[in-house]
Design a protein. Structure first.
Lengths: 249, 268
């Protein structure tokens, strides 16, 4: 297979069946280094299955996922995952939470401490380092989870509707935070959402999945300047275009 | 600080004081219940509602308790000796149950094969009440320390295992997945996610186990012993000393209460 250094992630002919139920059918796409990709699709089309395959929580029925040209493997690659529900470990302080994945990777203590300080500064969590998640608000807790993911300097950061359950204000705020940190750290992000406005606001590129069995139906490039204005005509046009693509399959 | 904030601070202070008063009133209610119970008890004896041949007033129990602190008659040991002997057995049995039962429950909850291997035997033993083991244990191990420790151990063990098992089963899937995507091995996830998240339930198991071990102990001592609180109660019956029986019962109650409070405090 031809090595192509431009691509961080290559997904080729990905199939996933649960028994006789076809969930994914011939998914193909590439992600460039440092790209911010949003994945949208109709409800229940297998978005979460799709993510679980990428993080190797599930085995694909056939096809392959390559990261830097090698099959994805959580032991070798730095994959980070931000889930829909809050997953900050309640028995660890914010400091320990932020460093948790790094300590799983057996990084030296000083290195972890330095990275935790850095990410806490970026996310505005420095004052909360010694507090427990239960003492924080929901949005701050989610910031801890996002910080924990970014702290790994992940090869690929996967986010599964991380703002699904948040109110609009928190959502806008955290969306801006993610974009800011993504730019600062040059990470590669794959962001799953069912909120089209969110997708158009965040993404360099939007992958639209079809109804089950899902495959990549369309690949929409969003080249609007950042920070984006959700009321600009361009933005509105793209948003309604993507909406139509999802509605009429 | 502007006036609005000041008002708010004052309102909060008032509210706090209100809550404090309320909880003080509730404490008062609890005290009253104990006082009423004691008063009824005392009165029932003083007014001759119950014959004193088989029953005695709290004041007399208190006298007997003070006397028993130093007097060996009629059962051959003072109250502190009995308490010490009982405490020793229940603590050894309880600690063994915690040390063996907690890891076992956690491993069963996490690793399917361990569960499948242990569960049939565990489920077979579980319905046999700890007290049901007493005759067999007396035959096997005599009436020394060992049979009683074993029986106490057994009663606490079941509660500890079941709660640890349930606790680790409830571990949040997403929290496990976070570690998995970081490439952590199953054992690492067990150690760093499973165990800490099971801790509240594990602690509940310890608390239930402690209560059970204390109450089973008394039963064990009544059948196979020559010291301990259970033995003292039994001796009280044999010598027709109702006050001794009631001293024993009260001591068991109070110590159980203290142990429970201690564990509650430790949990915090």
């Amino acid at each position: 297979m031809a090595e192509n250094n431009e691509y961080k992630v290559e997904v080729r002919h990905l199939y996933k069946n649960f028994g006789s139920l076809e969930v994914l059918k011939d998914c193909n796409f590439n992600v460039k280094r440092g790209e911010f990709i949003c994945v949208v699709g109709p409800t229940g089309c297998g978005k979460t299955t799709f993510l679980n395959l990428l993080t190797c929580l599930l085995e694909p029925t056939s096809g392959e996922i390559l990261i830097d040209g090698k099959p994805a493997n959580p032991k070798k690659h730095n994959l980070a995952f931000v889930f829909q529900e809050p997953t900050a470990y309640p028995w660890l302080t914010v400091r320990k939470n932020l460093g948790y994945c790094l300590s799983l990777k057996h990084l030296p203590k000083q290195e972890i401490a330095a990275r935790v300080e850095n990410i806490a500064r970026l996310m505005g969590l420095s004052a909360d380092l010694d507090r427990y998640p239960s003492e924080l608000s929901t949005s701050t807790e989610q910031k801890v989870v996002i910080g924990r993911a970014f702290a790994m300097n992940p090869d690929l950061l996967l986010m599964d509707e991380p703002y699904g359950q948040m109110d609009i204000k928190t959502r806008f705020y955290l969306e801006d935070e993610v974009v800011r940190i993504w730019k600062e750290l040059h990470s590669t992000v794959l962001f799953i959402t069912h909120n089209i406005e969110e997708a158009v606001y965040l993404a360099d590129r939007i992958l639209i999945l079809s109804q089950k069995p899902a495959s990549v139906k369309e690949d929409v490039v969003v080249d609007l300047p950042r920070p984006r204005d959700i009321n600009s005509p361009e933005f509105v046009r793209l948003r309604s275009y993507v909406t139509d693509q999802i509605k009429w399959w | 600080m502007n006036t609005n904030q000041e008002k708010l601070t004052k309102a909060i202070a008032r509210e706090r004081k209100h809550i404090k008063n309320k909880s003080r009133n509730l404490l008062f209610t609890s005290i009253i219940s104990i006082v009423v119970l004691l008063a009824l008890w005392e009165l029932s004896v003083q007014l001759g509602w119950i014959t004193t041949r088989f029953f005695c007033a709290p004041s007399e129990v208190l006298n007997a308790l003070i006397e028993k602190l130093t007097n060996r008659a009629p059962d051959g040991a003072t109250l502190p000796v009995h308490i010490l002997s009982s405490m020793k057995i229940s603590m050894i049995g309880f600690l063994m149950a915690v040390l063996i039962g907690t890891p076992l429950g956690l491993l069963m909850g996490w690793y399917k094969p361990v569960d499948k291997f242990i569960r049939p035997a565990f489920n077979l033993i579980r319905p046999i009440p700890a007290v049901g083991w007493i005759p067999l244990m007396i035959v096997l191990l005599g009436i020394g320390l060992a049979p009683k420790v074993f029986i106490v151990f057994l009663s606490a063990f079941v509660a500890v295992v079941l709660n640890s098992y349930a606790g680790i089963k409830l571990t949040n899937r997403a929290m496990i997945n976070v570690s998995k995507t970081c490439g952590a091995s199953n054992f690492t996830i067990f150690r760093r996610v499973g165990i800490p998240s099971a801790m509240p339930m594990v602690f509940t198991g310890w608390k239930v186990g402690l209560g059970l071990s204390w109450s089973t102990l008394v039963a064990a001592e009544m059948l196979a012993s020559n010291d301990g609180l259970g033995y003292m109660i039994l001796a009280g019956r044999q010598f027709m000393r109702v006050n001794l029986i009631m001293v024993g019962m009260l001591t068991i109650g109070v110590i159980g209460l203290i142990l429970f409070a201690l564990l509650n405090w430790l949990e915090k």
